[in-house]
Design a protein around this ligand. Structure first.
Ligand code: MRU
Length: 346
């Protein structure tokens, strides 16, 4: 397993320490984040990314916003609210960021009138969010492991592994468990244009774990499916609406359509914190659009005419009807419906 994606080092006077994912796979380096503005920037530029990981990062960023604060409890709460409002705006699609910050806001409202106690309670909550995410990912691995059959080919898109969570990942958690149980299989990782989370991150972390992984460009997935080498698709999710529509990394919808055309089951692995029951369906999920230069100047070199217009959504929405099942920390939902999702998760 790669080292932990994000940690809090020391006590209240410590800092958040995270793997700088923009540097992978060239080098494994860590960033020490000491202010909430630094955390905002780290989330924006994807030094830390993946829905559960940014939920943890946001919570730790909120602690950093007030840990040196001196003043009255009410002043602290108003400072804290400004910081949370800023952090949540870093990335709009993954619900985990807002979910984590909502938990922090609740603690700030309820905690005592003693400034030090409020700060300690907020740090404890941020650490709890991280620990609970690790436990949820372990549970997803246990619930999904039996889907990985001996000798099978697993296609995944983007990175929904250890790097995207506190540890173990969501889509990759069943893969890690199957590997630990000595099962033979191969993972195919979509490269995931334009920021290459699949080839840079998924291939790196699976390689670290000694798991057989093959990278393909996104436009090769349909022909790979047709060749018969893919038995199951497993992806993560950034937000899942009440009816089961799934927002995930751009390209997931296309993968789901191709999988349906080839009768390959498509599973989505996600912790309960990724389900958003406030949204009836996927139409209201906010989709982040990123800088067109991520396409025009891929990793610094000119990959399109310098002034050409580019279409650059970071996520798309896969309709629930294309999803064979959800793998959650509370169990699996096969052939999902609004009712089955609500029964397991609310
Ligand atoms: O833009 P990113 O790299 O944050 O996108 C990440 C994804 O789309 C993941 O599949 C999703 O967050 C699930 S991570 C367990």
């Amino acid at each position: 397993m790669p080292p932990r994606t994000i940690e809090w080092t020391g006590e209240l006077d410590g800092c958040a320490k995270l793997i700088d994912q923009t540097k992978l796979p060239r080098e494994l380096t860590f960033l020490e984040i000491r202010t909430s503005h630094e955390m905002f920037e780290a989330i924006r530029r994807l030094s830390v990314r993946g829905a559960p990981a940014i939920g943890i990062a946001g919570a730790m960023g909120a602690v950093l916003a007030i840990r040196d604060f001196t003043g009255s409890p009410d002043e602290l709460r108003s400072e804290f609210k400004i910081a949370c409002d800023h952090l949540v705006s870093a990335r709009p699609t993954a619900v985990n960021l807002a979910w984590g910050l909502d938990r922090m806001r609740r603690v700030a409202r309820q905690a005592s009138t003693d400034i030090e106690a409020i700060k300690q309670a907020l740090l404890a909550e941020a650490k709890a969010i991280r620990d609970e995410d690790e436990a949820m990912c372990r549970a997803i691995g246990a619930h999904g492991e039996s889907l990985i059959k001996d000798g099978c080919g697993v296609l995944t898109h983007c990175n929904a592994g250890s790097l995207a969570t506190a540890r173990f990942g969501t889509a990759l958690a069943p893969v890690y468990v199957a590997h630990n149980n000595g099962r033979p299989f191969r993972v195919y990782a979509d490269e995931t244009r334009p920021l290459l989370q699949g080839s840079r991150l998924t291939a790196w972390e699976l390689g670290q774990a000694g798991i057989d992984v093959t990278v393909l460009c996104d436009n090769m997935a349909a022909s790979l499916m047709k060749s018969g080498r893919i038995d199951i698709v497993i992806t993560g999710a950034d937000r899942i609406a009440a009816n089961g529509d799934v927002a995930n990394k751009i390209g997931t919808y296309g993968v789901a359509l191709w999988a349906a055309a080839h009768q390959i089951p498509m599973y989505v692995a996600a912790p309960s914190s990724t389900f958003d029951f406030d949204l009836e369906d996927g139409r209201a999920i906010p989709i982040e659009h990123r800088s067109e230069d991520e396409i025009r100047r891929g990793f610094g070199s000119l990959t399109a005419p310098a002034d050409v217009a580019c279409y650059c959504p970071a996520f798309d929405v896969t309709p629930a009807g294309l999803i064979r099942g959800f793998i959650t920390d509370r169990g699996r939902i096969d052939r999902p419906s609004r009712e089955k999702i609500a029964a397991l998760l609310t």
